[in-house]
Ligand binder design. Structure first.
Ligand SMILES: [Zn+2]
Ligand SMILES: [Zn+2]
Length: 254
């Protein structure tokens, strides 16, 4: 396998409350190469159905979560390293709950929401911080710099969990090796994409119509809708403005 590829196990199926697969099978169903839309699809799973999660997992592989609903890599060096969660009695069968998938997706979304605010030199919302860190992670009222510091330290933790690291691979002509970024599973691939988006100096925003991430041409104004180029072309801003107008007329406003 080359850097930047995901080994997707075969036979991922759904049970009542999550997905299961046989972790002892050594042959992959297929090898997936993450494309730019990966993160958008994952962010939708926070509000997605069980079927949406299964479809994503079959295509991109499991998150490899332990009992703590965190990637097993979060605790590799402890006295009792974490492992995948056995499903029932059949040897090798492991599972991940849909709830854990949704909360992971929601945490990624919260990280990006906080980053959107910080890029606009505004503090991240309290609710996003609580989703992201499990609690309000600051002392008193943190500065923008303090919030950046906390966000980056969280993202660096995910980078460790996803085992994002440089790796030597063959160059295109296979004559000399080049450095590439490798990662473990889809969690690592997603973390890498989130980190790349957050590090973008020109910032980014979520489209009000399709919720995809995009790079705005001018700095978004707080509390105003913003649209990706595709939705703009499809007339989403005009449709929303007309809907606003109808709503105003109904309530008797001006
Ligand atoms: Zn654990
Ligand atoms: Zn859009």
């Amino acid at each position: 396998m080359a850097a930047g590829e995901i080994f997707v196990p075969s036979g991922i199926a759904s049970v009542a409350d999550g997905i299961v697969w046989d972790a002892t099978r050594s042959r992959p169903d297929h090898i997936a190469r993450p494309a730019s839309g990966l993160i958008d699809d994952f962010l939708r799973l926070g509000k997605g159905t069980d079927a949406d999660i299964l479809k994503f997992a079959v295509r991109w592989g499991p998150l490899y979560l332990c009992d703590h609903d965190l990637p097993v890599g979060h605790n590799l060096l402890g006295t009792t390293p974490c492992s995948l969660v056995p499903a029932g009695r059949r040897r090798g069968l492991v599972s991940e709950s849909f709830a854990a998938w949704r909360s992971t997706s929601t945490r990624f979304m919260a990280a990006l929401q906080v980053a959107v605010r910080l890029h606009a030199t505004q503090p991240g919302f309290r609710t996003d911080w609580i989703t992201l860190a499990g609690r309000w992670p600051h002392k008193r009222q943190p500065s923008i710099e303090g919030q950046w510091h906390r966000l980056l330290s969280l993202l660096n933790t995910w980078i460790r969990w996803g085992r994002v690291r440089p790796e030597l691979v063959h160059g295109p002509a296979r004559t000399r090796p080049v450095f590439d970024l490798a990662f473990a599973g889809v969690f690592g691939a997603l973390t890498l994409q989130v980190a790349a988006v957050v590090a973008r100096s020109d910032g980014f925003a979520f489209c009000s119509a399709c919720t995809d991430l995009f790079t705005p041409t001018r700095r978004p104004v707080a509390y105003q809708r913003r649209y990706c180029p595709t939705c703009r072309k499809r007339g989403a801003p005009v449709r929303d403005a007309m809907a606003d107008r109808r709503a105003r007329l109904k309530t008797g406003g001006s």
